[in-house]
Design a protein around this ligand. Structure first.
Ligand SMILES: Nc1ncnc2c1ncn2[C@@H]1O[C@H](COP(=O)(O)OP(=O)(O)OP(=O)(O)O)[C@@H](O)[C@H]1O
Length: 629
């Protein structure tokens, strides 16, 4: 019987006035209204984020919505106190009221909603003290109260499951309870709080912070014996640490000359070819810059114990692909200054600046376990791939000591760096248009690879292998490399992307590529790396985490914060999310093919472009990023 829910929702609909774009005027059942999710005939989720709701929420709406599990009214301009009939929603799990103008104390009835898992009341005008009542939620994981006007001290809450907590920018004082001392300081800034992770409280002993109480005076009264014990303990501890450091340094010193790799390249090795490392002039040290030749030589020296330059085999040449011709030769490459881009599964990648001004990316392969003939055959296959969404392999070099692959250098780096790198000032948020076009470009690149034959797959799809041009076009890289390396290099780092049925990383089917691509899409949409700590804490992978959220009816909460402002394309975002989930199906037969994936992304890109060009007076987007949580 939906009549009760319907009547309640009609009240809300009046509040929305003419904003029919989100509230379909022709819908007969509330379950067909945007923002409403029903289950077995009852409304279980109500989401009206950023739709310019204003004024006080009238009492009488929530009294009937007793099955509600998710209530999201974030980013509106709602004022006054929370309506008392909200207390009827006793099964509420997710309460998102952030970014409004609610005022008054956080009402007591909230603490009767025992199932709450996520509470976000940030960016309002709530006053009063933080209640010990928050301890009454056994499943609470998220508690955001920042940017309100809460006062008093933080009570010693136990909240065992809380992993996200923020009370910054209130009027709180006193010391931070021990339970929260391991959190980041940003959760507490903008108050008069003290103690870890902020600075110690006034009157605190130098030997340790207070442990949660708010009465620092009492804590000063340490007995003489206790002080002597602490001093002796500290001295013994210090001596112990110094001894460990001493032994560690000695051990490292012994190892240094044996290890192979960037960190161990020494001055003498760098000069073997008479080259001066580029970094020496600028940095006075070697850090990450040195010549490709030096790096190659260092390997040779370290492996054989003698100085043999990588270029000493006269017949050894760079083999170029395509019609571009021989733009530079091995000597040029060996003379190039090089900067480490990163170490991957198959070796180390360098950015190499040639003297003639060309910049290329050079990958030094390790653990190549196949014969020269086989290597040349396979790499010829890789070099023949030609598509605008692939990073072209320009050339390769093969000798018994050294295997180099030369690629076009992609100036904007990888999608992984873009999503998970610095989010500080100067970095523009990654908007929906960019993300969806990266998804499309990457899909086209992988689809092209699959079109080359039923046994041709990429084998290592992940965000660090999606590189970006200056205009953020996606180029898929590293294709075909899994077939060149031995079992010792099988990519354990792809954990999180690898399909469940893959046991040998060198035998990755096209359907397994689709799974990895699905995880990549989830990463694009959620902003979470498949190896994200939060996920691991809970012992789940990204696809399972997303699926659990979708099951719990709070789909829109999975999206990256930076995407939340694009309310007008929420439908397309949900479609892409569904496609990602389909791709990451456990059973290969249930996954779509790459052409189908591309077709669906093309379709939703088209429809979101249409949305963007439609006038949308009712959509409010002018809310700042902080409040969009
Ligand atoms: N052609 C290129 N242009 C710009 N950056 C590149 C290029 N190729 C690789 N990189 C960057 O260099 C780093 C190391 O790349 P590499 O491919 O060796 O390892 P990976 O992608 O982290 O792991 P894997 O070896 O499993 O693919 C990555 O951050 C990658 O984005």
């Amino acid at each position: 019987d939906l009549s009760a829910d319907r009547a309640a929702l009609l009240d809300l609909r009046q509040l929305l006035g003419g904003r029919t774009r989100l509230w379909n005027a022709t819908a007969t059942s509330p379950c067909n209204w945007a923002g409403v999710t029903c289950e077995q005939g009852r409304v279980v989720a109500l989401r009206l984020p950023g739709v310019a709701l204003s004024g006080e929420l009238p009492t009488g709406i929530f009294g009937n919505l007793t099955q509600l599990r998710t209530l999201s009214l974030r980013l509106n301009a709602l004022t006054g106190q929370l309506p008392s009939d909200l207390a009827s929603c006793t099964g509420l799990r997710n309460l998102y009221l952030h970014g409004n103008l609610f005022s008054g104390e956080i009402p007591e009835f909230l603490f009767g909603m025992k199932d709450l898992v996520r509470i976000n009341l940030a960016n309002n005008n709530f006053t009063g003290e933080i209640s010990i009542g928050f301890d009454k939620f056994p499943r609470l994981k998220t508690l955001y109260l920042e940017n309100n006007r809460l006062s008093g001290s933080i009570p010693s809450l136990k909240v065992p499951k809380v992993i996200q907590f923020n009370v910054s920018n209130n009027m709180l004082n006193g010391s931070i309870p021990e339970r929260f001392q391991r959190l980041d300081s940003s959760s507490f800034l903008g108050n008069s709080l003290c103690g870890k992770p902020l600075e110690g409280c006034a009157g605190e002993t130098a030997n340790g912070p207070s442990t949660g109480g708010v009465e620092p005076k009492k804590k000063n009264k340490l007995s003489g014996g206790a002080i002597a014990g602490i001093v002796i303990g500290s001295v013994v501890g210090l001596i112990f640490i110094l001894l460990i450091l001493f032994f560690l340094c000695q051990k490292k010193g012994n190892k240094k000359s044996r290890s192979i790799g960037i960190a161990s390249i020494k001055h003498e090795e760098l000069q073997i070819l008479g080259e001066k490392p580029a970094g020496e002039v600028e940095n006075g040290g070697y850090e990450n810059r040195f010549s490709v030749a030096a790096a190659a030589a260092a390997t040779t020296v370290n492996r054989k114990g003698e100085a043999a330059a990588a270029s000493n085999g006269g017949a050894k040449k760079l083999v170029f692909f395509g019609n571009g011709g021989r733009v530079f030769d091995l000597e040029d490459l060996l003379r190039a200054s090089a900067e480490v881009l990163g170490k991957g599964t198959f070796g180390t990648a360098y950015k190499a600046g040639l003297e003639m001004g060309t910049v290329v990316a050079v990958k030094r392969l390790k653990d190549v376990a196949i014969s020269e003939k086989e290597f040349r055959e396979k790499i010829e296959g890789v070099g023949s791939m030609d598509h605008e969404n692939l990073v072209p392999l320009r050339a390769y070099y093969y000798s018994s000591d050294e295997k180099l692959l030369v690629y076009d250098y992609m100036v904007m780096g990888s999608l992984s760096a873009l999503l998970h790198g610095s989010k500080g000032a100067g970095r523009s948020p990654l908007n929906w248009e960019t993300r969806s076009s990266i998804a499309l470009g990457a899909a086209r690149g992988v689809e092209y690879l699959h079109s080359q034959g039923p046994n041709i797959s990429h084998g290592n799809i992940k965000s660090s292998n999606i590189l970006l041009t200056e205009s953020y076009e996606a180029r898929v890289s590293d294709f075909g490399l899994v077939h060149l390396v031995g079992p010792s290099s099988t990519p354990n780092r792809v954990a999180g992307y690898r399909a469940p049925e893959v046991t040998d990383a060198r035998k990755v089917s096209q359907k397994a590529d689709v799974y990895s691509f699905g995880v990549l899409l989830l990463e694009l949409l959620t902003g979470k790396a498949p190896t994200h700590a939060l996920l691991n804490d809970e012992g789940v992978d990204l696809p399972r985490w997303v699926q659990s959220i979708v099951r719990e009816e709070w789909t829109s909460e999975v999206f990256d914060l930076e995407l939340l402002r694009y309310q007008n394309v929420e439908e397309e975002m949900v479609q892409l999310l569904q496609l990602a989930i389909d791709c990451a199906a456990q059973h290969p037969d249930n996954r779509p093919s790459m052409p189908e994936v591309t077709r669906q992304i093309e379709e939703l890109c088209r429809s979101s472009r249409r949305e963007e060009h439609d006038p949308q007076p009712e959509v409010v987007n002018d809310v700042d990023d902080n409040s969009s949580r």
